[in-house]
Design a protein around this ligand. Structure first.
Ligand SMILES: Nc1ncnc2c1ncn2[C@@H]1O[C@H](COP(=O)(O)OP(=O)(O)OP(=O)(O)O)[C@@H](O)[C@H]1O
Ligand SMILES: [Mg+2]
Length: 380
């Protein structure tokens, strides 16, 4: 039987061997221990697609859970606050304090009991995030509650300000609460500019960048070894080179190389097994990351990226920084006429400023993908 592949190139799937991000984990652990008001209890994590936001949220949730906290997970893709108020928090309350143990009038007279309970509920003011949270906290005897919100870039601005206000009330009253939000850099930036979210602007912000080569190497080495099929030492730098510190690629490169070696019946992952999967890794990155990142991009922005990728290709280095005036020239425009487009691409996190008058692609292999016409050529 071939060994089980220990790599996890799947969005949202926590890696078997964690790489980097140590400062955030340590700060948060301290924040939880230090008590109400600690600044490391309110975090905002942003970064490009596949950089590791969701798995970092999971890791932070684990830290809170280890400290005996309750974790409430929400996402910006649904009615964030309504779901918390109407189902997530009541569900936790029911788990901690089952209705059967509450002294209800009319218990035993099923029909009548139901009517009485309903009537009481009608007279009460509608629950809010703050009131629900207070109810939950009162059952916890000193333990805290962590709320995490993933995909905040998709959140409804009103829901986000309701969340910010509710959370602010709890913090002001020294309740044991923490809030961690994660999303794409562009969307997070926009949401924090909204008038209703002033409070969130004071949260600690972490912009996730690539992993260091050392961290990537350690993760590749340890993960493969734990699966019973280690990298030969010479193969590690080759894998690190393909992965470019991008966490999704670290998992993908490891996964594909491990699979190749296992299919060949090898006892280790050789350098040639790694080289053999380079192309497939880059293509899969196109399907999973580049293609969705470019979806719905206005033509002017796409043209800008195309021109940029031509110049990057001339340099021969996918990560090269190119001059913005050369991009403008390539497009047959004056530099001024492209400023607006460049700004939008920077905001979207598709390109980064790389020194004065220069830009580079944020995601590895983007230039490569655009050179292929920005289409998915082959789905393997
Ligand atoms: N610190 C890390 N160490 C090792 N692998 C990681 C790390 N962070 C992320 N990964 C891996 O990278 C991949 C992407 O992670 P994740 O789903 O968290 O990205 P994301 O930023 O949430 O992406 P998206 O913006 O699409 O939601 C997963 O396969 C995950 O296992
Ligand atoms: Mg995610």
């Amino acid at each position: 039987m071939s060994p089980r592949n220990p790599f996890r190139p799947t969005f949202g799937a926590s890696p078997h061997h964690w790489a980097g991000r140590q400062t955030i984990l340590d700060d948060f652990r301290e924040g939880i221990a230090d008590g109400p008001g600690d600044p490391h209890r309110s975090l905002i994590i942003s970064g490009a697609r596949g950089i590791g936001k969701t798995v970092l949220l999971t890791e932070l949730e684990d830290i809170a859970a280890e400290a005996g906290w309750i974790v409430l997970r929400a996402t910006g893709r649904e009615d964030t606050v309504d779901v918390l108020v109407d189902s997530t928090i009541p569900e936790k309350i029911r788990q901690l304090d089952p209705p059967a143990t509450r002294a209800l009038t009319g218990v035993g007279v099923t029909g009548l009991g139901r009517i009485e309970v309903d009537r009481i509920a009608e007279d009460k003011p509608a629950p809010t995030l703050t009131s629900r949270m207070r109810e939950l906290l009162s059952l916890l005897r000193g333990a805290g509650v962590l709320i995490t919100v993933d995909e905040v870039q998709d959140a409804d601005p009103d829901a986000l300000s309701a969340l910010a206000n509710g959370y602010q009330d709890l913090v002001r009253d020294d309740e044991e609460v923490a809030l961690v939000m994660a999303g794409l850099s562009h969307g997070v930036g926009q949401l924090l500019d909204l008038p209703g979210t002033t409070f969130l602007r004071r949260a600690r912000r972490y912009e996730l960048g690539p992993l260091t080569d050392t961290d990537a190497a350690v993760t590749l080495r340890e993960t493969a070894e734990s699966g019973g099929l280690p990298f030969v030492e010479r193969a590690v730098p080759a894998a690190v080179d393909i992965a470019r510190g991008y966490p999704y690629l670290v998992q993908l490169v490891g996964y594909l190389a491990f699979r190749t070696a296992a299919r060949d019946g090898s006892s280790a992952i050789s350098r040639s097994a790694v080289e053999a999967i380079r192309e497939e890794a880059v293509e899969t990155m196109g399907v999973q990351v580049h293609h969705p990142s470019l979806k719905g991009l206005p033509p002017a922005q796409l043209n800008y990226l195309q021109a940029m990728s031509d110049l990057v290709f001339d340099v021969g280095d996918d990560a090269a920084a190119v001059s913005t005036s050369e991009i403008a020239a390539e497009l047959g425009k004056t530099p001024n006429a492209t400023t607006d487009t460049r700004g939008k691409l920077l905001e979207r996190g598709l390109i980064d400023a790389a020194g004065w008058g220069r830009v580079a692609f944020t995601l590895p292999y983007m230039a490569n993908f655009l050179r292929g016409g920005g289409r998915i050529n082959r789905i393997s």
